[in-house]
Design a protein around this ligand. Sequence first.
Ligand code: IVH
Length: 674
Amino acid sequence: MAKAAPANRKKEIEELRERLRYHEYRYYVLDEPEISDAAYDRMMARLKELEAAHPELRTPDSPTVRVGGAPREGFQTVRHARPVLSLDNAFSYDALREWDRRVREGSGKEKIEYIAEHKFDGLSISLQYEDGQLVRGVTRGDGTTGEDVTPNVKTIRSIPLRVDAPALKKAKLQADFEVRGEVMMTRKAFEALNRQQERIGGKIFVNPRNSAAGAVRVLDPTITASRKLDFFAYYFLVDGNVPFAKHSEALEALKQLRFRASDDWKLCNGIQEVIAYCENWDDKREKLPYEIDGVVIKVNATSIQNELGYTAKAPRWAIAFKYPARRETTVVKDILVNVGRTGALTPVAVLEPVQVGGVTVSRSTLHNMDEIERLGVQIGDTVLIERAGEVIPHVLKVVKPGKDRKPFHMPKNCPECGSAIHHVEGEVAYRCVNAACPAKRKESILHYAGRHAMDIDGLGEKIVDQLVDKGLLKDVAGLYALKKEQVAALEHMAEKSAQNLLEEIAASKKNSLARLNYALGIQLVGERTGQLLAEQFSSLEELAAAKQEELEQVPEVGPKVAASIAEFFSEPANRQLIKKLAKAGVHPTAEKREVKSDKLAGKTFVFTGTLANRTREEAGAMVQQHGGKLSGSVSNKTNYVVVGTDPGSKYDKAKELGVTILNESEFEKLLDLK
Ligand code: IVH
């Protein structure tokens, strides 16, 4: 039993939470961090440590509980306090003028004060706060009832888990309220996600909206947490009513309460100013970090809003102006292949140049072979293309097959480096697995330097771009041959920072084999697999020499992962790279795990749910220290399933198969900790 926490511990915990909340706000809402990631991580680690030692002081709104709980079985449906309505659309400025006429007629006013704001293209969410604390997040659903996605929205860092009492008081608001807004993904996060998906051979998302919506509506909150979502707030309710005289006051209050709300709204006097706002943003919207698909116009005065009221589906006091879809037809002259930053081959249609919404388009992505088959597109066809927010437009459909149409085939060799192209039967991607292929160079180096890989602080995109573009860096082994003068001569670099970077690079040689396994960027080999491999093969050479069958013996490594590893090392350029790394001094051997006993030898454990006294990783390490094995899924071979709070489907599987189920205290007994 943990002892009751002394008062100073309680105070330290509360202060840490307050500081972490503030820094999350600086980082995720304002985009203006004041401290380094490392300093933030240290504070978070300290808070976790204190909360682990004093479980009685845990609270559901602590910054430590952003990611918590195991995957659930399904969503609960929740009734909205006030229906979440949609908005009527206007597709032209004439339609806006017509709406303005109805608003003026309905209110008896000659000129109306409007608020024009961005129409965020995401997934609408209602957040419910009680006593200043976030208690529920619900999707729009059918408007009357939605799905309870609370654990998922809690992982979104720009959503406050708690709103401070002084801020509420200042805004003269009570502590029970509802905020509505849109969950979004920035273009940058979306592109990074797709690159990551490409790397692991996962699903490629079509646009930021889809990936954001998908990430909120998954049962496993750790997936939501990994997607880097944002939330923009635009509506504030107390007991289903707007507690402000004007909508502009609500937008200001939301910011005071530290919600992320757009700064780009504008108070417009009359519809002409609204139209000017729409025109202005039509040009500028491509430059925003996220996608908007229109402008929402709202009557500013709450009294007039109430007078106008609602139709069955939408408020009469608001309308969505939608920017016209940018579509055009043209001819596919050729289909080329582009090697992406992760080595995946993307077919690209070369088009007869055509104007789409003021931009000349001559290329269009076709994503992959599956997409080409789905569209049935061939060289010579006339196609309909669409340019949404993204830079590269996509093909919507074939409108007329070409007379002398020619089908497209993937090349056998990489167009960039000539290495053989790999394709796993049944998978979508075709890829070049040469880690030093020029097309992948920058991405491989960035991945290698990443925090969870070799952790080379300071080796970011700007520096890698310059090093590669200047021909100073051809592969990751080249990092260790960089000279101080070369680094110091780069933009944004000085003597001191060059020195620091070189020291970081040198220090990375001491990293574990587990990290190096992951850092190489082998398809499907994530951090955990890197670790598991390091437990079986004591050096890279050993791993490189392993046969597919041997690789499949590694816990949690299935035939696909094993094939991908074997494929990586079958590439001569990659074998060469390992030699170069070893020569540069990057040659870790597997760390021997501390062995305490063999009392769990031959026993396989699965963990599910949250444990009270330790993390699952810590518990897993304990099992291994006593000779036991871990597995990610329950089967007839599992000996024990250890169950914490909120267990997932593994618990049911264990019951179904009759596997021995332990709670945390029984697990401790098994290890003689009690
Ligand atoms: S206000 C009663 N403001 O667009 C008024 N909605 O097409 C509630 N949306 O369901 C909506 N940006 O999901 C509002 N600035 C904004 C918005 C916005 C995006 C979404 C929202 C709504 C949908 C209607």
